[in-house]
Design a protein around this ligand. Structure first.
Ligand SMILES: [Zn+2]
Length: 429
């Protein structure tokens, strides 16, 4: 869809009447399911095993007949049947690009399918004349290039900043008179604080007026700081990399995130897979119905949320997700990146000296902080520990694409055996 001046709405799907939406989504769902069943061997296998034919999936409610596909299933299937685990529905040579998510999970994308992200940026007010830094990584992760293109689809200028080098980011934002920021809330706060340490008055010396966040929840207190102290208008979206991007986005009302019509989104009881009603907290389960490349039907995100069907004053008619309340599984998002328990095992147990470890995620001062606690098999001198810590940190970066903020060597027995590998102690107040 080409961008002209659209006014408030990016596309007509956003303002579909409720019954029309139900009909539209059910139709899209039937087509997607039939296509996936006939082209993706893994999807066919899952349906056959559940004793469900694609013709039986005619409405969103019918999805309850099918099992939920977990991130771990996807990882296992890709490992057994590389590279796409039997979920690819098109010939290999028709893939436009491949992303890599922690797991690892390979995600094939067809270019034609990605335009709709622009809706989320459009609703946040990005327009021609804006200069926007995208501070998500452009390496392997979809957040770099897909958001970049969405910014362009809104007519704004996109600066592919990527992550890292805080001073360079600040200098670029100042030199280019950047008006928009795309990234995580904590990273924007880091940039503002650093700029102030460098002697700038952020409000006066920078042109930044709009920020679009995903990857971590925007704490209400932090939003207040951005909007009140710095006059930066903030918006958040909910994105899931395995299903090709942003699923829900805030409008100017900023009270919940409108669901995108390019996905069928359920909120279910994670134990039973049964769909829950408005206001009930459950796991977000996604079936992309626009990106037919990927035969994922009922992907369990592991994220907990609820939804409301109350009409929104903005005029958009889609239900709204309340925000993400936590994780249902053993993978945890730290500064926008998933840290998967299995990958942390791979890292830590590649060092023979380590007998046990635990990761604790906290959130002091509105920034995720990951501490790695390590128990050693024997005694080690300080010098050895320093060496080991540095090697561990590097290996974490290589495998999980994130470094622990701290590595603590703890006494033998300090980490109880029955405790999980990852403990999430964050609160989002
Ligand atoms: Zn709205």
């Amino acid at each position: 869809m080409a961008v002209k001046d659209k006014g408030e709405f990016f596309d007509e799907l956003e303002i579909m009447p409720t019954e029309a939406r139900a009909k539209y989504l059910n139709q899209q769902l039937s087509q997607t399911v039939a296509h996936a069943y006939h082209h993706a061997p893994a999807t066919r296998e899952i349906f056959d095993k559940a004793g469900v034919s694609p013709e039986q999936i005619r409405s969103i409610k019918d999805l309850e007949k099918l099992p939920i596909i977990r991130k771990t299933d996807l990882i296992e299937r890709q490992k057994k049947n590389p590279p796409y685990g039997g979920f690819l529905t098109i010939p290999l040579e028709d893939i436009d690009r491949v992303f890599l998510s922690p797991g690892p999970i390979y995600e094939p994308i067809q270019h034609a399918g990605i335009k709709w992200f622009a809706k989320a940026f459009w609703a946040a007010g990005f327009r021609k004349g804006d200069v926007v830094v995208n501070t998500f990584t452009y390496h392997l992760s979809p957040a770099g290039i897909l958001f970049h293109e969405a910014i362009r689809d809104c007519g704004a200028t996109a600066v592919p900043m990527g992550t890292g080098n805080t001073e360079l980011q600040i200098q670029t934002m100042r030199d280019l008179k950047v008006t928009g920021f795309v990234g995580t809330p904590s990273f924007l706060m880091t940039l503002i604080q650093r700029a102030e340490e460098m002697g700038y008055n952020f409000r006066q010396d920078f042109a930044l007026r709009r920020a679009w966040f995903t990857g971590e929840p925007l704490a209400p207190s932090l939003r207040k700081t951005f909007e009140g102290n710095y006059q930066i208008d903030t918006y958040q979206a909910y994105a899931v990399t395995e299903t090709g991007g942003a699923l829900a986005y805030e409008c100017r009302q900023k009270s919940g995130m409108h669901l995108m019509d390019e996905y069928v989104i359920e909120v279910v009881d994670p134990a039973t897979g049964k769909q829950l009603g408005p206001g009930e907290v459950g796991e977000v389960v996604v079936t992309p119905v626009h990106n037919k490349v990927w035969g994922l039907v009922r992907f369990g995100t592991g994220d907990l949320s609820s939804y409301t069907i109350e009409p929104c004053p903005c005029g958009r008619t889609a239900s709204r997700l309340s925000g993400i309340m936590g994780r249902a599984s053993d993978a945890v998002k730290v500064r926008g990146m998933f840290v998967v328990a299995r990958q942390t095992e791979q890292v830590c147990f590649s060092f023979a000296q380590i007998s046990r470890y635990q990761i604790v995620v906290r959130r002091p001062e509105q920034r995720d902080e990951m501490t790695l606690k390590v128990e050693l098999k024997g005694q080690a001198a300080e010098e050895e520990k320093t060496k080991l810590a540095s090697a561990l940190s590097q290996k974490f970066q290589d495998v999980c694409r994130l470094r622990p903020d701290r590595i603590d060597f703890v006494e033998k027995g300090a980490i109880p055996e029955e405790q999980p590998r990852i403990i999430d102690e964050r609160t989002w107040e």
